[in-house]
Design a protein around this ligand. Sequence first.
Ligand code: NAD
Length: 370
Amino acid sequence: MRIGIPAETRPGETRVAATPETVKKLAAKHEVIVQAGAGVMASAVDEAYVAAGARIGSAAEAFGCGVVLKVRAPSAEERALMASGSVLIGMLNPFDADNIAAMAAHGLSAFALEAVPRITRAQSMDVLSSQANIAGYKAVMVAANTYQRFMPMLMTAAGTVKAARVLIMGVGVAGLQAIATAKRLGAVIEASDVRPPVKEQVESLGAKFIDVPFLTDEERDIAKGSGGYARAMPADWMRRQAELVHERARQADIIITTALIPGRPAPVLIAEDTVRAMKPGSVIVDLAVEQGGNCPLSELGKTVVKHGVFIVGEPNLATLVAADASALYARNVLDFMKLIVDKDHALVIDREDEIIKASLVCAGGEVLRK
Ligand code: NAD
């Protein structure tokens, strides 16, 4: 089997789908072609891939392989370099119907790794978690960098500096890592989420949970989410949450928002009125900016100052930790590969397998996920 690792070309994408570590394992059984320079932004140089057993080639050679490992979906030009019937594995966005239709029309068997179900067997393939963990960490770094004051409490001869108050909105994988990271820097932390089990996790990390009580069975039921993910909460609950958050935001120095609903625009959690009420010089980092943002004032790819508040709209913060983000992503991909390669190193796609069923978005010219 020939496995290709093309360079990512989407603007701002610094990651690579295989590292010398994972290539070494793949190259023991398959022919691996890495596009020249594919890993350079992730600290993986061509020589390291060669030492791991790969051959360095052109984009056409990498895309021309029977199995292509990518971080993001290929562009139309890149897709054209792929042969009908070849296999594509990457974060292909299972909600992008146009792209899936185009990949199907091209005859690809494409796996969108974001759609891998959150079952125990698939934990090592969970790209959303591996990348969200990094984004949560980096969000705190970016916030600390933008914030013009100290994070920890300091007692000096020149006087005392108060610890920063950090508010985390949405406590999934990214939010939990943001709490842990802000804690290490000495901040005082509060957090909010719709899912009730989160309270205990927040408190175990030494942060305070902002409780928005449920007033109806419907609210309680929706808040349980589905498949580990949140569902959109009823308007009345959102209004009560917004009132509480407004009060907490006035006290906060840094807000990090991470709230997402799969396949839907991100919920608005920090309205303009709340931004207006915040202290001058405070910072919002909106991790949901690519899905429309948890704050309507955040702008994709920019840091803006609105009502005296710095609002960071940097998409995809994991790309700013490219080496480790790639290392973890590449291990996710390698584990996924084990599902579709049999003991004789041949490609076998078992359409009955739960993980394959959920992630195979097209095959044989057919769109499999609508
Ligand atoms: P996510 O990225 O989809 O969303 C981030 C967080 O935003 C979630 O916690 C969500 O509940 C929250 N949110 C949504 N709407 C909100 C609102 N209106 N107000 C406040 N918060 C809101 O979430 P994620 O990081 O993918 O994690 C979701 C859950 O899945 C977590 O509990 C995580 O621990 C769990 N998980 C399980 C597995 C597994 O079982 N294998 C793997 C990874 C994650």
